[in-house]
Design a protein around this ligand. Structure first.
Ligand code: SAM
Length: 494
């Protein structure tokens, strides 16, 4: 299941011809399993072994906000350097070179991968020197462990890497000094009792052994000290540091982000919702938001099915279920979800994203459905995949942003981001609309009200590119070779 859903890293490995792909060692499945949740973070990643740069380029695309460092003994590798990729030339068994490299990188490193010579002696030396430079909570990985069983990879060493790793498993278990798995608590207790612990005993949280590859996870708090006094000082500074980090994180995330997602359960609703959730998840937006409020309209059997379906869908990607649901059997177009959004904004400060299950009322096989699908992808690209650009616009004090603001006062397709402070000013959303003569507006015309509602108070709006075409009848898809239709700043992207 994990493998089917998360092919992204493998595609990159194939694209950049790294032997970590499914056509080589197949390590991408393990890496995706371990790194999927942190790939959008800003990290420092160091790989020993550059060769033609395949894996470094793969990492660069997989970790879009990270810096990638490479070490190789071959001076030709220097030419692989590019934006966000830096190469250091030297041997992974040379302690002076490794320390010097760390000084140049400055901060602790989040992920270190050893895909260098695969000589046991080198692997052990690098681990001994570099593991202390791994950020608490970070990872040290050694690849191609099968080499441990071959003579030619054990030149000049008395210990094979696998034998050394077995000793680390002993260390991870504190060599039997305790039966408690709460490392932080127990290490402090043992140190108070003046029981000596080695660095690995204090710092390995777990070791994952895959076929050919192991992942050593460093415990979140880096425990270096041995005496009680210094350990207390260390705790003080660590707490202070943690406090400062939390403050910075809080400051960065000061504005809550909430999604309001309108779901209409007809035709192939399950497929379309799955597709939209995948986009949401892969963009990193799902991880970044505080909750996802789903307003759902449909007949009762579909509504019953929906709550099980959405739970299973989310759990196939993550254990973090942020979905809240409101349902209605009465179809008043987008009323249920927009009304919820308005209610929420009246008493909260947040950035809100509104989007819906666009195209669902056009059955599969109808002439218009391919146009709708393309158009939906286009809306998702700007509002979901490029969500950070939208947040920046709201940070710049725009009230709302979306695509293709038109004279008819709407963002085409009605996907948008808005600041709750602006939404507070808007008139309530009603499901009974009266026209000037106080007559109830026909249902089919109410949908336009929901599309125009955002503009009732003349917002300071930011709109990306307005395609000079009718989305109903044109293929505006960004994935179908129609990139020429994109605004300039997006056109050159890979
Ligand atoms: C398996 S290749 C790396 C492949 C690369 N990581 C990838 O997936 O595309 C191994 C590399 O390790 C380098 N190497 C060999 N001995 C080394 C040493 N002692 N120190 C650093 N690099 C070394 C080789 O020059 C070679 O480029």
């Amino acid at each position: 299941m994990i493998w089917e859903k998360k092919m992204f890293l493998d595609k990159l490995a194939l694209k950049y011809k790294s032997d970590k792909s499914s056509q080589g060692h197949s390590y991408t499945q393990y890496y995706d399993f371990v790194f999927d949740k942190i790939k959008k973070q800003s990290l420092k990643i160091l790989e020993i072994g550059v060769q033609s740069g395949g894996s470094l380029k793969m990492w660069k695309e997989y970790f879009p906000n990270s810096l990638i460092y490479g070490i190789d003994i071959d001076p030709n590798c220097k030419k692989i350097e590019e934006d966000r990729i830096k190469i250091f030339i030297g041997s992974q068994a040379d302690p002076v070179f490794l320390k010097d490299t760390k000084e140049k990188i400055k901060d602790d490193i989040d992920i270190i991968i050893d895909d260098g010579s695969h000589q046991s002696y080198h692997q052990i030396e690098s681990l001994k020197i570099l593991f202390p430079y791994v950020r608490p909570g970070g990872y040290y990985i050694i690849e191609d462990l099968h080499t441990s069983y071959r003579k030619k990879f054990n030149k000049g060493s008395t210990t094979r890497i696998m034998t050394y790793l077995y000793t680390l498993i002993d260390d991870m278990n504190l060599n039997g000094k305790t039966i408690c798995a709460n490392k932080i608590k127990i290490v402090e207790k043992l140190e108070k009792q003046k029981i000596a612990l080695n660095y690995y005993e204090k710092n390995i949280e777990y070791i994952l052994m895959f076929s050919g590859l192991c992942v050593i996870k460093k415990i979140k708090r880096d425990i270096k000290t041995t005496t009680f006094f210094t350990s207390q000082m260390s705790i003080f500074f660590k707490t202070l540091h943690q406090h400062m980090t939390d403050m910075i994180e809080k400051f960065k995330k000061k504005q809550k982000k909430i999604i309001f997602w309108h779901n209409y359960l007809v035709n192939d609703w399950k497929e379309l919702i799955s597709d939209q959730f995948e986009t949401l998840y892969k963009s990193g937006l799902y991880d970044a938001v505080d909750k996802v409020c789903c307003g759902v309209v449909g007949i009762q059997p579909c509504l019953d099915e929906y709550s099980v379906f959405i739970k299973e869908l989310v759990s196939s990607y993550t254990t973090n279920n942020k979905i809240e649901i409101r349902t209605s059997i009465e179809n008043s177009f987008e009323y249920i979800t927009l009304n919820w959004l308005k209610e929420y904004c009246n008493s909260n400060d947040a950035y809100v994203l509104y989007f819906h299950i666009k195209g669902i009322s056009h059955p599969i096989g109808s002439i218009t459905r391919p146009f709708e699908d393309d158009w939906r992808k286009y809306l998702e690209y700007f509002n979901i995949e490029k969500w950070q650009d939208c947040i920046k616009k709201l940070d710049e004090k725009f009230d709302c942003c979306g695509i293709g603001y038109r004279k008819r006062k709407k963002f085409i397709g009605n996907f948008w981001w808005a600041n709750s402070n602006y939404i507070k000013k808007l008139i309530p959303v009603s499901n009974v609309l009266l026209n000037k003569d106080k007559r109830i507006v026909a249902l089919r015309r109410r949908r336009y009200f929901y599309e125009n509602w955002l503009f009732k108070y003349n917002p300071n709006k930011w709109t990306t590119f307005t395609p000079n075409i009718y989305c109903f009848y044109s293929r505006v898809g960004i994935y179908k070779g129609q990139r020429r239709l994109l605004p300039k700043e997006y056109k050159d992207e890979k």
